[in-house]
Structure formats: C-alpha cells, structure tokens
Design a protein around this ligand. Structure first.
Ligand code: NAP
Ligand code: MG
Length: 405
C-alpha cells in the first residue's frame, strides 16, 4: 500500500517522560506505516529546553504561527525538584504558557466520549467543550489587607493626568480589598477564537457572565461578544444552522447539568478554571481529554490535557510494565492531521484521521483498554493492556479499517 501524502508539514513538538515514550510508539506504530509524514520537529524535552536557554520553545511557537497547525507532547513545567533532577540552568517557564503568549490563543478542552466510560451526568450524550479566557481578572489582581478605618477608592489616571475616581467602601474597621482588570484587546481575541472554533466544529457557542451584578466589567465582556458576533459571525452561524447563546453564569451552570452536551462553553478566566476541572472529572478521565489552542487568526496547536505521567515513567525506567493511556495523545495527532488535511484539501489524510480515531474507540468498546479505564468502565469482560499492547490493539483495527474491513 502506498503511503498517504501530505503537502504542508505539521509542527511537531516532542516532550517529556512517559508521554515522550508514547509519542514515539504512536508515530512508529500508528502513523509512519500509513502516512508520508511531513513535520518540522522541535524537541521541547526539558534537556533541550535547558541547552537552548528555552529558545527552542519560542522557535516552535513561531513555527506554529507560520505553518498553522502544530501537535504537542506533554512537557515538564520545572519546579525546584526538577531543577535538581535535571541540573537546570534556571527554572524555565511553562512551555504551554510561552506558546500561548506567542500564539495569543484560547485553550479548548474536549472530552473523548466512548461507550463503556459513561459520564457521571446521565443526560450528557455528546462532549461539552470548554474554552477558558486565559488572561486577567483574579489571576492578575492587586490586593490589600485593610488594617483599619479608612476610605478605599478606585482611581484611574490617564496619560494627560485626568482622573476617574470611584468610591469602593468607607471602612470602619479592618478588611480586605482587591482590584481586577482586563483589556478589550484580550477579550476580543478570546471572542474571535470562540466563534471561529464553534463555527469550525459546527456547534452552538454558549457564553455566560454575571453582568446583572457587574454592570460595567462583566457587561463589557458581553458587549464585545455581541459586537463581534453581529459584525463578523452572525451570517456564518445562521448559514451553518448554529447559535450563539448568552446567559447568566448561574443559569448556564444549571442548563449544562440538564443538557445533552454537544456545544462549546466559553468561560471567563475563573469560571473556566473551576468548570473545566468539574467537566473533566464528570466526563470520566483526564486521560480522555484533548486540548487545542486556537488563535484568533485560526492557527491551531493540539495536545492531550494531561501531563507527562511521571510515576509511570519511573516504573518504565526500572523496566517494569506500564499501562499508560495514549488515547488523548493519539487524538492530538488525529486532530492535527485532520486540520492539516482540511486546510490542504487532502481527502485521504482526513479519512486516515477518522479511521485512526474510530479504531481507538472500537478497541475500548470491544473491551481492550489501559488500567485507568479498566478501573472505571461499565463494560464487563475487560482486558487490561500494557501501553504497548494497547497501541498494537489499535493498530490491528486500523489495518482492518484501512483495508475496508
Ligand atoms: P499528570 O501527568 O497528568 O498525571 C497525574 C496522574 O493522573 C498520573 O500520575 C496518573 O495517575 C493519572 N494519569 C494522567 N494521565 C494519564 C494517562 N495518560 N494514563 C494513565 N494515567 C494517567 O499530572 P502531574 O503528575 O501533575 O504532572 C506530571 C508532569 O506533567 C509535571 O512535570 C507537570 O509539569 C507536567 N504537566 C504538563 C502538562 C502539559 O504539558 N500540558 C499538563 C499538566 C502537567 P496514577 O499515577 O495514579 O496512575
Ligand atoms: Mg484548575
């Protein structure tokens, strides 16, 4: 069989620990035998980041902007232990943070739904994708512990010295005080990424704030979403038969719990932090959650939502058998290959991405899975496989799919 051709290379960002081991297995077993794979390779493994003073991360992010589609392996974000373990020159920043800052994107997290791994919420039939605004609010706050009696004011001083002043509170005793900000530019980027992603996915977009209480701050978010929708997306959405739906955050939470899923949920920074953890645990497993960074100009970086699965790696290094779930990392590859295929009009490559995903789901639904899923599945007669055995089991089904079986 001749290999499936590609035209534009993917940006390939390799990573660390157990996911780096899975990365190699996935490429060798599930992609290279079938696809004439073209990638621009960047090694974001911690050793290489240290050697290059982290320039490799910046170059990889710039390549993603240039080529448009990237696939990333999980990477270590160094802490004090890692500095010692790897003898690092310094505590390098989170690669995901660096990449996000350069691409100016929004992260969309989406669960992979498979029969046998049921969500805790019975009504959820389709995935709910969550998009978290990644700038500002409580994460860039200024705080004061108020020592006692006094007046707190919010003051903005313009470049020409004119001031806007607002009384916060007349304190008659000790308390606390906090200031937040956000910027139109950042909210606009967030809104555009959300509308673009929802349009691409052919799903409704939900957005919620507390603008009944926060009549200026949260209202600004709503106004910006409304304006960008009206000016840039309304007719596209109407033609595609999808909706933009705004409601209050508490109403949104209540509706999410009663919905059947199948939509994109855009959240302000704090709401997204909290709600994405709730959704991923309610959908079953962190190892079944994909993540894609989308920038406002439609550049994409695909990855798994989980980390480098450190404990499994140490077992692997000791020569012990591991049973690490590669599903989200495989879906990062299929997501990137499918996007590349769509941009370059490569039908065979798109078909390959679909076939590989389908093979993964079939493998699990037919009772062959890694230990993390074997523990939570509702299927009976389950076979727990090692990391390598699971990938081989997927490959057997992929061969059948590609040979029209
Ligand atoms: P983690 O790698 O996601 O692992 C946490 C635990 O979840 C694992 O120990 C494992 O539980 C389970 N798990 C996660 N993914 C799994 C998979 N694919 N298959 C089976 N089990 C899985 O998070 P962490 O331990 O907090 O972080 C480890 C490293 O990853 C850190 O250096 C962190 O900086 C990095 N990290 C990177 C990213 C990223 O690049 N996007 C994201 C998060 C964390 P058991 O051990 O109980 O089996
Ligand atoms: Mg969190």
């Amino acid at each position: 069989m001749s290999k499936i051709p590609m035209t534009t290379p993917l940006v390939e960002m390799d990573g660390d620990e157990m996911t780096r081991i899975l990365w190699k297995m996935i490429k060798e077993e599930l992609i290279l035998p079938y696809v004439d794979l073209k990638t621009e390779y960047y090694d974001l493994g911690l050793k290489k980041r240290d050697e290059t003073d982290d320039r490799i991360t910046i170059e990889a992010a710039q390549a993603a902007l240039r080529l448009g589609v990237a696939v990333k392996c999980a990477t270590i974000t160094p802490n004090a232990d890692r500095v010692k373990e790897y003898g690092l020159k310094q505590m390098w920043k989170s690669p995901n943070g660096t990449i996000r800052a350069i691409m100016d994107g929004t992260v969309f997290r989406c669960p992979i739904i498979v029969r046998g791994i049921e969500p805790n919420v019975r009504t959820w039939k389709k995935p709910i994708t969550i998009a978290r605004h990644a700038y500002g609010d409580v994460y860039r706050n200024a705080e004061i512990v108020v020592p006692g009696k006094g007046k707190a004011e919010l003051v903005f001083t313009a470049e020409d010295g004119t001031q806007i002043r607002e009384l916060i509170h007349e304190f008659d005793g000790p308390g606390v005080l906090q200031g937040w900000h956000n910027m139109d530019h950042s909210i606009e980027s967030f809104a555009r990424s959300c509308f673009a992603y929802a349009f691409d996915a052919g799903q409704d977009l939900w957005f919620a704030t507390k603008d009944t209480i926060s009549k200026k701050y949260d209202a600004r978010f709503r106004e910006i979403f409304d304006r960008i929708y009206a000016e840039e997306y309304r007719s596209l959405f109407e033609d595609a038969g999808i909706q933009y739906f705004y409601t209050l955050i508490d109403d949104a939470v209540a509706r999410v719990m009663k919905s059947e899923g199948g939509f994109i949920w855009a959240c302000k920074n704090y709401d997204g932090d909290v709600m994405s953890d709730m959704l991923s645990s309610a959908f079953g497993s962190l190892a079944m959650m994909t993540s894609v960074l989308v920038n406002p100009d439609g550049k994409y970086e695909y990855e798994a939502a989980h980390g480098t699965v450190q404990r499994h790696y140490y077992r692997y290094l000791k020569g012990e058998e591991t049973s690490t779930n590669s599903v989200a990392t495989i879906f990062a590859w299929t997501g990137a290959l499918r996007k590349r295929a769509q941009l370059d009009s490569l039908k065979d490559l798109e078909h390959f991405a679909d076939a590989l995903e389908h093979s993964v789901l079939r493998t699990i639904e037919e009772g062959e899975m890694t230990g993390d899923l074997a523990l939570i599945t509702s299927l009976s007669h389950v076979k727990k496989l090692s990391s390598q055995e699971f990938i081989s089991a997927v490959r057997r089904r992929l061969e059948e799919e590609l040979n029209g079986g």
